[in-house]
Structure formats: structure tokens, C-alpha cells
Design a protein around this ligand. Structure first.
Ligand code: ATP
Ligand code: MG
Length: 423
């Protein structure tokens, strides 16, 4: 026997027992985004490497060490998308959707990052993301957050997630603050770990994001960007908070929340949970007014978020919040004999036409009644339809209840659809 080929580490199959959960979550997401008037956009899984370098930033975990990058046969450097925002901007801009227009878009699909696989962290994972373009006020920031809050509510998750909020201010305010932060970090160089020392000059804000407990106290005392905001950003942030309060959405302000990607300004937020261990961020987003221009489009304000689907599914499973979904068959047709096998094909087709939404399975592979009943039982069907050669000659079939103690019933094929419609 030849050696079995295994899946790539960190890239998981979604087996039939798990697909109903995913379908449930996906359908709740579709319903929610649609109720706010957002439209779906789909873009390729592979893009030019340059797209991510230019958007996410060279000095980020993703670009430094997580991308799946390869040369294709003509020597172009391509990358499996590690996130969707850059792709969405590229696609929408290329199609001319961003030019002097407002757009509310969403997407869903696999993303790829070469990280150490663990619970809630995979190399192929899935994101649902949403991006709103062409609107610069705090009203649209509030809308995307309120939309995410509605999704938690619909899924029963509201008590288990909390909203953290911060603002990164304008580029100018951030640049001025950056100098302050660097000089503070220089004074505490002895406390910085290797990653932070490396980032201190290239991306000092990311040092604030460090989870290293040895640095926690020093970072807690670092100067805060919130104290050095430009007037417009401060006002924007105030107005956003007022809107969230008006919508009854609770939040905490986390001055150290900076996000792992370079393109954000003003509003940033994360929905976090304590029910998933260390992979606690379920959804993260913010405003990125500079990105469209940075990628070659006309300057366009934008705000959005991305939600980790695996983490959401895990959370729902952990909290036992998934409604029971059955993939049992409804009807199982058992042809007994050669003529019956032929007749059963059209009976099954007719039943599928008149019983939309029902799972009508036709036994394949022959065998006697005992074998077929065994399969019928495994299918989970409540009702079996026996098609015997003799009965068929009389234009009849037999209905057999598979899970209830009820007598069999002989029915004319002509009446079958009408009889079954009542079940
Ligand atoms: P983390 O700090 O957990 O690495 P991140 O800042 O890299 O997250 P984002 O780029 O903001 O994550 O992606 C948005 C969301 O996608 C995350 O909040 C998380 O729910 C999910 N996500 C990110 N990376 C992974 C991964 N490797 N596996 C599963 N989900 C992920
Ligand atoms: Mg990450």
C-alpha cells in the first residue's frame, strides 16, 4: 500500500459533521450584512506580493514572517492573501467602484499565514470582513461596530464578548507621538525584549501591543497617544463614543490597542472574549483613510473590520450556542428488483420536484430488503418507500415508517406526491 498523503499542518478539512455549523454562522452573517445594505465582493486568493507589502507594511508580523510567497512560472512574486482589506481595496479600485462613490462591501473566505498552529490559530483560516468606503465621519465607524454587535446578539454571544476601542489619531499626531514614545522606550531599553528592540525605531507603536508580562508595567506607564491627539481626531472619537452609547453598546477604551497592520488611523477596535484562552480576539478593525491612495487610487476614507471565523465557530461550540441542525434524510427509497430500480429513478425525481427542501435519497448498490433497510436506518430518514416489482406492476408502492410504530401503508404512485406532501 502506498503512503497516505496528509494535509498541510495548520490547514484543516471541514468534515461533514462540521459543515452545518459553518453554514449556520455564514447564513447569520449574510442575513446581518444584508440588513444593513452591504453587498458581497469576491476577489482572488492569490495577489501580487507588492500589494501586501505596500498596504500591510514591511515591519509587521505578517509581511516579515507569515506570508506564503512564491514565484510563479514567469517569475512574478505572488502571495496567498493573508487578509482581505488590501485585496478588497485593490479589486474595488480597479473596477472603479471607489471613485467619488460610497460603497458598503463584505467578503468571506480563506486567508493564509505561516504561523505556529494552535487552538484558534491556523495557517489557512477564514475571515468574514466588511469595508465601507467614501464616508469620513464617525457615523459610519459607529455603523460597522453596531453591525458587529448585532451579529453577536443574533448568535447569542453578547454576554461573552467585549468591545475595546482606541484612536490612532491623524498621521501627523501619530508621528509627533511616535517621537515621544521612542524617547520613552530608549529610557527603558533594558526592559525591552528582542522583538521590541528591533521594532523600537521601525514600528514603535507595535511595541505597545507586546504581550510580554515583563514589559507590562513599563508599557502601562508609557505616554499615551490619547493625550496627544489632534483636535479633529479627538472630536471624531468623542462623537463615535456618543453614538455607541446611544446604541446601548458598552466598550472600554484601551490606549494600548494599536492593531498589527500599518494602515490604520483614527478609530481602531477589537471584540475580545475570555472564553477562548489566549486567542481571544474574535474581530478587529478600524479606519484606514490613507490606504486607497497608497494603493494608487484617489484618496478615499474607509473603515472596516475582519472577523476570524474559526474563532467564532470555536466560541459558539465552547458555549454550546449552536442550534441543533440535522442532516438526516427525510425519505429513503428502496427499489426491490430490476424493474423497480428503473421505475424508482423517476419516482425519486418526481418526489424531489414536489417536496422542495426535503432530502430524498434513493438506495444505490442493490441488495435485499434487509440490507436496504439497514441503509435506510443509517440515513436517518423517518419514512421509507418500498418499491417492489409486483406492487409496481399494480402502480403502487409501500410507505414504511422507520422510526415510529405505525402500520405500513400501500399507496398508488399517482397519489404518492399528494400523500407525502402532508408529512
Ligand atoms: P492575532 O493578534 O491573534 O495574531 P491579528 O492582529 O494578526 O490577530 P488580524 O490581522 O486583525 O489579526 O485578523 C482579524 C482576525 O482574524 C483576528 O482577530 C482573528 O480572529 C483572525 N485571525 C487572524 N489570524 C488568524 C489565524 N492564524 N488563525 C485563525 N484566525 C486568525
Ligand atoms: Mg497575527
Amino acid at each position: 500500500m502506498s503512503k497516505e498523503i496528509q494535509a498541510i499542518r495548520g490547514m484543516n478539512d471541514c468534515l461533514p459533521q462540521d459543515t452545518p455549523v459553518w453554514q449556520y454562522v455564514e447564513s447569520m452573517i449574510r442575513r446581518t450584512v444584508s440588513s444593513y445594505g452591504y453587498d458581497e465582493i469576491r476577489f482572488p486568493i492569490v495577489e501580487m506580493t507588492e500589494l501586501f507589502k505596500r498596504s500591510i507594511g514591511e515591519v509587521t508580523d505578517i509581511v516579515e514572517k507569515e506570508m506564503y510567497t512564491f514565484s510563479d512560472r514567469n517569475g512574478d512574486s505572488l502571495t496567498l492573501r493573508p487578509e482581505g482589506t488590501a485585496c478588497c481595496v485593490r479589486a474595488a479600485n480597479q473596477a472603479g467602484l471607489l471613485y467619488n462613490q460610497e460603497q458598503r462591501l463584505w467578503y468571506m473566505g480563506p486567508m493564509f499565514r505561516h504561523e505556529r498552529p494552535q487552538k484558534g490559530r491556523y495557517r489557512q483560516f477564514h475571515q468574514f470582513g466588511l469595508e465601507a468606503f467614501g464616508m469620513q465621519g464617525p457615523d459610519i465607524d459607529a455603523e460597522v461596530i453596531i453591525l458587529s454587535a448585532r451579529l453577536w446578539r443574533e448568535l447569542g454571544l453578547t454576554p461573552f464578548v467585549t468591545l475595546e476601542l482606541n484612536t490612532l489619531g491623524s498621521n501627523a499626531a501619530r508621528a509627533a507621538y511616535r517621537d515621544l514614545l521612542v524617547s520613552y522606550l530608549e529610557q527603558h531599553k533594558d526592559l525591552l525584549d528582542e522583538d521590541s528592540l528591533r521594532r523600537m525605531y521601525s514600528n514603535p507603536l507595535r511595541v505597545l501591543d507586546s504581550k510580554n508580562p515583563a514589559m507590562a508595567e513599563m508599557l502601562a506607564n508609557a505616554p499615551k497617544l490619547l493625550d496627544h491627539l489632534d483636535a479633529e481626531s479627538a472630536e471624531h472619537f468623542q462623537a463615535l463614543q456618543q453614538r455607541l452609547q446611544a446604541a446601548g453598546i458598552e466598550f472600554t477604551i484601551n490606549p494600548r490597542l494599536v492593531r498589527g497592520l500599518d494602515y490604520y488611523n483614527k478609530t481602531v477596535f477589537e471584540w475580545v472574549t475570555t472564553s477562548l484562552g489566549s486567542q481571544g480576539t474574535v474581530c478587529a478593525g478600524g479606519r484606514y483613510d490613507g490606504l486607497v491612495e497608497q494603493l494608487g487610487g484617489k484618496a478615499t476614507p474607509a473603515v472596516g473590520f475582519a472577523l476570524g471565523m474559526e474563532r467564532l465557530v470555536l466560541l459558539l461550540q465552547t458555549l454550546d450556542l449552536i442550534p441543533a441542525v440535522s442532516n438526516n434524510a427525510d425519505l429513503y427509497l428502496m427499489p426491490l428488483g430490476e424493474a423497480a430500480e428503473l421505475a424508482a429513478v423517476s419516482v425519486a425525481e418526481q418526489l424531489r420536484s414536489v417536496l422542495p427542501g426535503k432530502r430524498v435519497m434513493l438506495h444505490c448498490g442493490g441488495g435485499n430488503l434487509k440490507k436496504q433497510l439497514k441503509r435506510a436506518d443509517k440515513s436517518g430518514a423517518a419514512l421509507g418507500v418500498l418499491l417492489g416489482d409486483d406492487e409496481l406492476a399494480n402502480g403502487q408502492v409501500t410507505l414504511k415508517w422507520l422510526r415510529a410504530d405505525q402500520p405500513q401503508q400501500t399507496v398508488n404512485i399517482a397519489d404518492l406526491a399528494a400523500v407525502l406532501k402532508q408529512f
